[in-house]
Design a protein around this ligand. Structure first.
Ligand code: GLN
Length: 241
């Protein structure tokens, strides 16, 4: 069994080592004797999104989000919508998460029209929401407690029927107001948690891998791993936050 993983826009959306999440997914597959093929798809790539089992989109600053807009609306938007409709697993982080919504309006009034795959919008605020934080995933998203790092000025608001990824335990999450963090729609998992999200949250990583394997093969056999180091990192941060 093998997963084909796309890193979309690694040239502009890859803050704080977001791409390390792909290494983590690959490593956790290889440790179990499963395969992983990683394909990077930067701006201007002529490759198609079809055929991927998992798509990763990281975070970026307002500037990078604006830079990719032209490429996004040259057809990549329709491909993302089709893949989401087809149940492909997406992990999207911060700027990449905002991109799956309707739009992002910056604090100084510039509007980035995104793809509206998820019923959410983001409005730039004066104060940045920055720091280590933690949240508890909904039961539908596995129920694990995730420790992460957020840095965004955008406040994201979910439409009435869009489920959050989880509930904030400490920090700001989507907007610092309603206690929600991220969004979960079909197999799309959107979060504000940057950088090495998956290495120190192995349960969340395995949830994504299992969803992708199940979609592709009808079953997900994820043998248990020795996660002592990963869980020690998780628990240490959980205690500190
Ligand atoms: N530009 C967005 C914001 O500040 C996203 C930032 C990011 O991806 N870190 O809200």
């Amino acid at each position: 069994m093998e997963l084909k993983i796309c890193h979309l826009y690694p040239d502009v959306l890859n803050l704080y080592g977001d791409g390390g999440n792909i290494l983590c997914m690959k490593r956790r597959l290889l440790w179990r004797g499963l395969g992983a093929e990683i394909v990077k798809m930067p701006i201007g790539s002529t490759g198609t999104l079809s055929g991927f089992d998992l798509v990763f989109i990281g975070g970026g600053q307002d500037f990078e989000q604006q830079v990719l807009l032209e490429d996004l609306h040259r057809g990549r938007d329709r491909e993302i919508l089709a893949a989401i409709g087809d149940g492909v697993v997406f992990l999207t982080i911060c700027g990449g998460y905002q991109l799956t919504g309707h739009y992002y309006e910056t604090y100084d009034g510039q509007r980035c029209d995104f793809i509206g795959a998820l019923d959410l919008k983001t409005i730039g605020g004066k104060k940045r929401m920055i720091g280590n934080y933690k949240f508890e995933c909904t039961p539908e998203a596995g129920g694990s407690v995730v420790v992460g790092f957020e840095n965004h000025s955008g406040r994201t608001y979910l439409g009435p029927s869009l489920a959050p990824l989880g509930r904030v335990l400490a920090g700001c999450g989507n907007n610092g107001e309603d206690g929600t963090e991220g969004a979960h729609f079909k197999n799309v998992f959107g979060t504000y948690s940057h950088g090495p999200l998956l290495p120190k949250n192995p349960a969340f990583c395995d949830l994504l891998l299992a969803a992708a394997l199940e979609r592709k093969y009808g079953r997900a056999e994820l043998a248990p791993l020795d996660d002592a180091a990963e869980l020690a990192a998780h628990d240490e941060m959980c205690g500190r936050i």
